[in-house]
Design a protein around this ligand. Structure first.
Ligand SMILES: Cc1cc2nc3c(=O)[nH]c(=O)nc-3n(C[C@H](O)[C@H](O)[C@H](O)COP(=O)(O)OP(=O)(O)OC[C@H]3O[C@@H](n4cnc5c(N)ncnc54)[C@H](O)[C@@H]3O)c2cc1C
Length: 475
């Protein structure tokens, strides 16, 4: 008689793989089912444009992986994972032809701001970065407070709106714009409470661990996780979409790296009515429209400093970025949106043929938006890099519908696993002290629709696995 599996994990995104590894490390048998032909979810890479070019379909910047207490504890370097660091984490070009460059060093970053803001920036970031380890652990941890005084002091800043915080702390356009560009990663209007936290968290990562990319493409991170999982006895089956829990072989626990809407469909009639109603109230946020390019030359940024950064925040002033983010949230398409771009081949030449480059960029659009934003995104890049269009060899655009077809977790193009405004940062997927446990005994949620939310940190999977391990350990 074959022994029943201890755990099944629905899908091989970074959270699913983290959950599987956490379980396998404790000696439990684990089987992972993934719908796509390759494992990795948001860590997948493909030749999206031309042969010889490697593009990351989703995540490229691995700041949160380096900050992740779980991922950094894994021997993934032994399984082929290496990082390439840009000289500076990110740049924010402006219409005057200059750029604010955020370096690893706080002092160097401050030197690029208006004189009046240089001291303010150092005073803000130095105490935060001095306690980076504890703060990143607390930010990527579950709801319980580990370092109460530190978190209270950080929390009082993080809870503010990005626009309010930037306007009170900084006087000049440069620092305000840079702060808004970092905060806009949150895909929440910058006037909303807690959006300052997105900027502070990402600046903290920039100064303490950097914003690297995976050498050769993010797929190598997924492959390293799968290889390590297999070394622990776990298994991954790809090309197997799970539409119902009834499809699964017998196991003691099931962990679902899917969002609430998919979970309700997969679990069907097993979900008690009260819990179903609560999950049905879960809100999804704006989508993204992404373009990948194969380029014949590096992007000709007007501000030379932009060539030194891995990530670019394009959108000009705080006011302009805030207007674009508000529009996407309210269902309007902006013709000058905030554009987030990444240029990995500037510092990882393995991703393209010699002398040629890759670039990706996305902007936030209304949930499920069907407008082709390619020309708008290219115009924003051209604004800060005249001649960009002449460098394009091939491009591939993916709007919300195509993103969701490729990865069912990207509902309406929402890359955060659900709106991440203040109400849903903590109440993910419902307000509960045990957010990973569903109302079905032995079935857990472990996607970015659980705390701590979006990002390639694997912590949702790790914490869901701890809840499952507690059950598996009971006789
Ligand atoms: C365009 C884009 C850019 C991003 N950039 C970054 C970045 O630079 N840095 C960063 O930290 N984060 C980034 N993110 C966010 C990051 O990718 C996600 O937060 C992270 O991947 C979430 O991990 P997950 O395991 O919860 O889900 P996902 O990575 O989304 O994985 C879900 C997996 O589930 C599979 N699946 C879904 N339904 C089923 C089913 N029924 N049966 C079987 N399999 C199923 C899908 O095929 C997919 O493989 C980006 C996301 C996108 C979309």
């Amino acid at each position: 008689m074959t022994r029943a599996l201890d755990a099944i994990v629905i899908d091989a995104g970074p959270n699913g793989l983290s959950a599987a590894i956490a379980l396998a490390r404790e000696g439990f048998s684990v089987l992972v089912y993934e719908a796509a032909r390759t494992a990795g979810g948001g860590f997948r890479s493909e030749a999206l444009t031309e042969p010889g070019f490697t593009h990351d379909v989703c995540a490229t910047v691995f700041a949160l992986a380096l900050a992740s207490p779980f991922l950094k504890s894994l021997p993934l370097a032994d399984h082929g994972l290496t990082f390439a660091h840009p000289e500076a984490p990110f740049a924010h070009p402006l219409d005057d032809g200059s750029a604010v460059l955020v370096h690893r060093s706080i002092a160097e970053s401050a030197a690029g701001l208006d004189a009046v803001d240089a001291r303010a920036y150092q005073r803000l970031m130095t105490p935060i970065v001095d306690r980076s380890e504890a703060l990143m652990e607390a930010q990527l941890g579950p709801i319980r407070v580990r370092h109460p005084l530190l978190m209270a002091s950080f929390g009082l800043k993080a809870i503010q709106s990005a626009t309010g915080f930037a306007q009170r702390r900084f006087s000049g356009l440069r620092a305000r714009a840079m702060f808004a560009g970092a905060a806009a990663h949150g895909v929440v209007p910058l006037e909303y409470a807690a959006t300052a936290g997105y900027a502070l968290g990402l600046l903290l990562a920039a100064h303490s661990v950097g914003w690297p990319v995976v050498r050769g493409g993010s797929q190598h991170a997924a492959d390293a996780m799968v290889s390590y999982l297999r070394s622990l006895g776990g298994e991954v089956v790809t090309g197997e979409r799970i539409d119902s829990l009834d499809q699964l072989p017998s196991s003691r626990v099931v962990l679902c790296d899917v969002t609430p809407r998919q979970f309700l469909s997969i679990a069907g009639g097993r979900v008690p009515a009260g819990y179903r109603r609560r999950l049905e109230r879960y809100r999804y946020g704006p989508g993204v429209f992404k373009v990948d390019w194969a380029l014949n030359a590096a992007v000709p940024w007007r501000a030379a400093d932009c060539a030194r950064a891995g990530t670019l925040h394009l959108g000009g002033t705080l006011e302009e970025i805030a207007a674009g983010e508000r529009a996407a949230w309210l269902g309007d398409v902006s013709n000058r949106p905030y554009v987030l771009a990444v240029q990995p081949t500037r510092f990882d030449s393995t991703r393209a043929p010699a002398g040629r480059h890759t670039l990706w960029a996305y902007c936030h659009v209304p949930h499920g938006c069907e407008v082709d934003m390619t020309p708008v995104i290219e115009a924003q890049i051209e604004r800060f890099a005249p001649g960009f269009r002449d460098c394009i060899s091939t491009s591939q655009s993916m709007g919300p519908a195509m993103l969701e077809r490729r990865n069912a977790n990207l509902i309406g193009g929402d890359i955060s696993g659900g709106a991440a405004d203040l109400a849903q940062i903590f109440a993910r997927p419902v307000a509960s002290v045990t957010p990973y446990a569903t109302a079905i005994d032995g079935v857990y949620l472990c996607s970015s629709s659980t705390p701590p939310g979006v990002g390639g940190h694997g912590m949702c999977g790790y914490y869901a696995a701890q809840a499952a391990i507690a059950k598996l350990a009971r006789p």
